[in-house]
Design a protein around this ligand. Structure first.
Ligand SMILES: Cc1cc2nc3c(=O)[nH]c(=O)nc-3n(C[C@H](O)[C@H](O)[C@H](O)COP(=O)(O)O)c2cc1C
Length: 366
């Protein structure tokens, strides 16, 4: 654990002004220790895939329509029956108390105030029940790193059910952690409280990221999808899909949703930018199940492009962590509202009155 003192106070709850999401990273650096900041900001190996995630949006052009008689674009949408003010979600992120003492409670409150979807990680620093209390009634999903121990897995699924989770997001791309050099340089280990482990009383709190992944199942395979669905009764969404063949196989095996993601470039460095994978996956899925997308989203136009390329819900990871670090739940809400404002401009100027229109936009690769 890093001991260096950040230059600005950690843990403030305050409104934050945002010019653009990209500028939040450097501001957040000042409120966190270098180990914590490094853990959140880093990617695998040389960071090639993480950079591609955002850069690849520049390779896509969208063709604006005019004279569509639009004055107030409507961003509202639904996902698995839940009504949302905008097709946005906080991507599941481990250990949010690294960014702010409120952790997932701040994320949940910020997401609720902005009426967007929240997803909570297995490796969260607050229990599912604690977060559910804050998000009560607001749309919420639970992300599962499937434990080797089936009883512990059942405990997590039961807790998610009690918390009224809309779905279980099974992360399939992280059967171990990618090689992340900043953690080596900073001698950093994710040792924060892993609340869901404490809740199950395994006595394994503070085992570090490597240890946590070791406790998770490495040999994930297709039959597990049905096993999870049968036990939990909740829709199972598979996160970390990049290859259309995996999307089809997962749906055939019982998946109720596909989550296109490369984990923010933290796993396989050299993988394509996430947005580059989306069109082929969307074509293969062919509207059989809904699609969530994440990776490098920093602009309203990025959200619009992801919708045009086949996403139903667009998740954002690090920018929400930076917002949380800078202003607690108010910072989270500020990030959501800023993205909504940019998306509103993008929709108005491309002639999209609704999210359904955005999904029909013409696009092209440069
Ligand atoms: C610090 C950090 C922790 C993460 N923890 C998890 C996790 O516990 N479970 C998971 O499925 N994905 C996790 N992810 C990946 C995110 O859900 C998401 O795929 C990624 O952050 C999206 O890229 P973006 O940060 O460019 O928006 C994590 C990402 C970061 C940056």
């Amino acid at each position: 654990m890093s001991t260096a003192t950040p230059t600005s106070p950690f843990g403030k709850v305050q409104p934050i002004d945002i010019v653009n999401l990209a500028s939040l990273k450097e501001r957040a650096r000042n409120v966190m220790g270098p180990g914590e900041f490094g853990y959140i900001t880093e990617a695998a190996d040389d960071g090639i895939t993480m950079r591609r995630n955002t850069e690849d949006f520049a390779n896509i052009s969208i063709l604006p329509r005019v004279l569509q008689g639009i004055e107030q674009p409507d961003q509202t949408t639904t996902f698995l029956g839940a009504k949302l003010s905008s097709p946005l979600m906080t991507a599941p992120i481990a250990g949010n108390t690294l960014a702010h003492p409120s952790g997932e409670l701040g994320l949940a409150r910020g997401a609720k105030e902005s009426d967007i979807m929240m997803a909570q990680s297995t490796f969260a620093s607050k229990t599912i029940a604690e977060t559910a209390e804050v998000s009560a009634g607001a749309p919420y999903m639970f992300q599962l790193y499937m434990p080797k121990d089936w009883d512990y897995c059942k405990y997590l699924l039961d807790e998610a059910h009690k918390a009224n989770a809309l779905a279980i997001i099974l992360t399939a791309d992280s059967t171990l952690g990618g090689y992340r050099e900043l953690d080596v340089i900073n001698h950093y280990h994710l040792r924060g409280k892993i609340a869901n482990l404490d809740g199950y009383n395994t006595g394994q709190s503070g085992v570090g990221a490597g240890g946590l992944f070791k406790e998770s199942m490495q040999a994930l395979d297709l039959p597990l999808i049905q096993k999870l669905a049968d036990y939990s009764d909740l829709p199972i969404i598979i996160k970390g899909i990049q290859d259309p063949r995996d999307a089809v196989a997962a749906i055939d095996a019982g998946a109720a949703g596909i989550y296109v993601s490369n984990h923010g470039g933290r796993q396989v460095d050299g993988a394509p930018g996430s947005i580059a994978c989306l069109p082929a996956v969307a074509k293969a899925v062919n509207h059989r199940v809904p699609i969530i997308f994440d990776g490098g989203v920093q602009r309203g136009t990025h959200v619009l492009k992801a919708l045009a390329l086949g996403a139903d819900l667009v998740a954002v990871g690090r920018p929400f962590s930076y917002g949380l670090a800078l202003g607690g739940y108010e910072g989270v809400s500020a990030v959501a509202e800023h993205l909504k404002m940019e998306l509103n401009i993008a929709m108005q100027l491309t002639g999209c009155a609704t999210i359904a229109d955005a999904k029909k936009l013409h696009y092209d690769w440069l």
